[in-house]
Design a binder for this molecule. Structure first.
Ligand SMILES: [Zn+2]
Length: 317
């Protein structure tokens, strides 16, 4: 008698589990691929192997505060077909857990994910400035403020684009010497004896005056002109909301609206604007956030190691 009841309960239990699996499969979430652990300054790549509907990506803190976001764009390459979105983790971001939200065009959440941001350490450097450069930093100038507003508007824009190839990204001055790194915590030592802290958002590459500068990646020139602090400056949109930024040039060889490829010579190296010697300041912005280019120079702008991990997990099945 006891055995029969137990058997009945067992089959009821199996029926409930089967029903549960069946129902949840009807509401299966979109497959989403991303890495789980990052350093501050890294780019988070999220891949979805279908593009019936293009989604939006958001990063929120553990208390639900919006941190950053970007649009997904279609990718049609040999190893990956679907959609991708890139967001940047600022070098000042608090270490800890963050949530990725994948939203549809109606703003509804289609899927979520958790990532961990680790507390990595950045270099410290002192930069003595002469009187002219000190005055550029400390004298109030409304034109400097309006130029900053204008360039941040550009960084915050994501132009829709479909991507077919997954090219590598290259240093725009391959034979230069890197003199300052992304995320460096700087102290400017002013000519009047005072000082101020700043964070270096790009990579400084020193090379002889006039050295050719290449685009580093395919894209469209969205800004080309002279700015007070950054001198002759170029901004290229590499991918939706992903920008290559070039400061302190001597000459321009391109203009706004031009389409460039990785090897296009866009200008020559100089020391225009606030510079202590001839060098290129090369910066990468993702969804407005300055990011560390070093991991991207190894893995590609759209994370090739993540794509290959999806390929190998599917061939293993
Ligand atoms: Zn710099």
């Amino acid at each position: 008698m006891k055995g029969r009841l137990l058997n009945k309960m067992k089959s009821l239990y199996i029926l409930i589990i089967t029903l549960f699996i069946f129902i949840t499969s009807l509401y299966a979430e979109t497959d989403v691929y991303f890495n789980k652990k990052f350093n501050r300054g890294d780019v988070v790549t999220v891949l979805i192997p279908d593009n019936d509907e293009l989604y939006k990506l958001e990063l929120i803190s553990s208390t639900g505060k919006f941190i950053t976001g970007n649009i997904f764009f279609p990718v049609d390459s040999i190893n990956f077909k679907g959609q991708a979105a890139l967001i940047g983790l600022d070098s000042t971001l608090k270490a800890g857990n963050y949530t990725l939200l994948i939203k549809n065009s109606m703003g509804d959440i289609e899927n979520t994910g958790e990532i961990l941001v680790r507390e990595n350490v950045f270099k410290k450097e002192n930069i003595p400035l002469n009187q002219a450069n000190t005055s550029l930093r400390i004298d109030p100038d409304s034109k400097i403020v309006s130029e900053a507003v204008q360039i941040h508007q550009i960084y915050g824009t994501s132009t829709f684009l479909s991507v077919s190839g997954l090219e590598s990204i290259k240093l725009p001055v391959p034979n230069g010497i890197i003199t300052s790194w992304y995320g460096d915590r700087r102290t400017f030592l002013y000519s009047d004896g005072s000082s101020a802290g700043a964070i270096h958002n790009g990579t400084d590459i020193a090379a002889p005056f006039g050295t050719k500068i290449t685009a580093g990646y395919r894209g469209r020139v969205v800004f080309s002109g002279r700015r007070i602090i950054t001198g002759n400056s170029i901004v290229i949109e590499y991918l939706p909301g992903v920008y290559g930024v070039f400061f302190h040039l001597n000459e321009f060889f391109i203009s706004k609206g031009d389409i460039v490829v990785e090897d296009t010579v866009i200008g020559s190296l100089g020391s225009s604007g606030l510079a202590t010697g001839p060098h290129l300041h090369w910066e990468l912005r993702v969804g407005g956030v300055p990011v560390n280019p070093d991991p991207l120079l190894k893995n590609g702008l759209i994370d090739n190691s993540l794509i290959m991990s999806i390929v190998s997990s599917h061939t293993a099945e």
